[in-house]
Design a protein around this ligand. Structure first.
Ligand SMILES: [Zn+2]
Ligand SMILES: [Zn+2]
Length: 270
């Protein structure tokens, strides 16, 4: 099994759902022998009328304060890239650009976490019309692929994670035409996808997206791929990355993308 050197998706407790300080995430990465990480704390966009929105400009300034402190402390042991996981950024492209033009990010994940302001983790999968939900989610993923500014699309088949918790299996390959349209647009706009390994340690028991989707992306010409644990606590940093490398290779990929100043460089998979 290959050794992974970079974890491109994790959250510190700067994110409302993160569990540990950035320092602890960095120390975990060093313990795991990683050479490079990106701290991709959340920034979520909402449809109007959200009562308390924690995602402010000072929230982002706090992120960079903490990041710079970690860089100063651990630079000899670990490359720490600045990242953000932006949710639903198509809802406010002006705000998205204000953030991305003014702050020195290395890497941006574009994700869809919410449909009509409701987190897909909070949906009751036993009562919802799954077909309607999948089609709505795919439409939002297309909107993201078509309009938003990011480097890689996060966890393409995320709803699988939450449906699986209710014992329900969702396979976006059942919507091949819609997935094809999303991937085509990503490739046209020179954007990538990630292999998010969180699914391996959760009920879904597979990566997000699944092997079939990763292989489809590659077969369509997609060449930009990152791997990330989506760790929200130190114990999960680097988890599943070796398995993701094998999956990437089996899907056809020979290289992984690493990012600096939003520019990819490619690292051969050994
Ligand atoms: Zn996410
Ligand atoms: Zn995440």
């Amino acid at each position: 099994m290959q050794t992974a050197v970079a974890d491109y998706h994790m959250h510190s407790n700067v994110s409302p759902d993160g569990r540990a300080p950035m320092e602890d995430m960095c120390l975990a990465a060093i313990r795991q022998g990683l050479h490079e990480i990106v701290l991709t704390d959340h920034f979520e966009m909402f449809q109007p009328n959200v009562p308390a929105n924690p995602y402010t400009y000072s929230y982002l300034e706090n992120y960079f304060d903490k990041l710079n402190r970690c860089r100063a402390q651990y630079s000899s042991q670990l490359r720490i890239r600045a990242g953000v996981e932006m949710g639903q950024s198509y809802l406010d492209l002006e705000l998205e650009q204000k953030i991305l033009r003014n702050l020195p990010y290395d890497y941006v994940i574009g994700s869809v976490h919410k449909l009509q302001n409701i987190d897909v983790g909070e949906i009751d999968y036993h009562t919802v019309d799954l077909n309607v939900l999948c089609l709505d989610n795919l439409e939002k993923l297309y909107q993201l692929a078509d309009q938003s500014d990011f480097d890689c699309m996060g966890h393409v088949d995320l709803i699988k994670r939450y449906a699986a918790r209710s014992g329900i299996k969702v396979n976006l390959m059942d919507y091949r035409e819609q997935v094809h349209r999303i991937f085509k647009r990503l490739i046209e706009r020179e954007k990538g996808i990630e292999i998010n390994t969180s699914g391996l340690r959760q009920a879904a028991k597979e990566t997000l997206p699944s092997f079939e989707l990763i292989r489809l992306f590659y077969s369509m010409g997609g060449r930009i791929l990152t791997i990330g644990s989506d760790a929200h606590r130190p114990e999960d940093v680097g988890k599943g990355l070796a398995a993701a490398l094998t999956i990437a290779q089996e899907a056809g990929f020979t290289r992984l993308a690493l990012f600096e100043n939003r520019q990819p460089r490619f690292l051969p998979i050994p």
